[in-house]
Design a protein around this ligand. Sequence first.
Ligand code: HEC
Length: 164
Amino acid sequence: MTTVPSPAADDVVALRQADMKAMAAAAKTISGMFKDPASYKAAEFRWAADTIRDRSGVVLSEHFASEAASPQSKAMPNILEERERFDRIANDLRDYAVALDAAAQNNPGPMPASMRMKPGEAMGGGPLGTHVRGEQELSAMAAEHAFHLMLQTCTTCHARFRAQ
Ligand code: HEC
């Protein structure tokens, strides 16, 4: 079978890859602030969280709505077969980003200890089982904890749906 990639397919691949890169940069910004809390700036943190929020959930899912026959793409064909699972992970990512946005809104000044993970705080989820908790539990969780769970959604999705 020879498929000539249509320009439209190439566009969506370029777009989703650009979105992924933007999310990676945003995650790096947030990570840097948890590593060095003195560098925390609520507005920047929030902007980074929103960058991820606006590129996850349905927006992310729709960028993988059909098999893009593009040699540039590393997306796996099982995305279409396991649609529900893929969409669930995309939505989990959004839930965590929303929680991080809220944390920044609630903490406009210096980063309070309550945003950090306490030593020994249990990490929920596990590498292959990220469960989004109820909204309530998510908002009660330290922002740093939500951030780590958020990064697990990236890893979980890539492990299953992105060619290595
Ligand atoms: C629901 C699934 C899913 C989630 C969640 C997800 N990704 Fe991806 N990501 C993919 C897929 C699929 C590709 C391959 C896209 C392609 O090449 O067409 C990809 C590609 C990438 C790339 C490579 C982009 C390029 O230029 O080729 C980066 C970087 C990336 N993701 C970062 C992230 C980060 C950071 C997160 C979390 C904040 C994340 N991703 C969350 C599915 C996901």
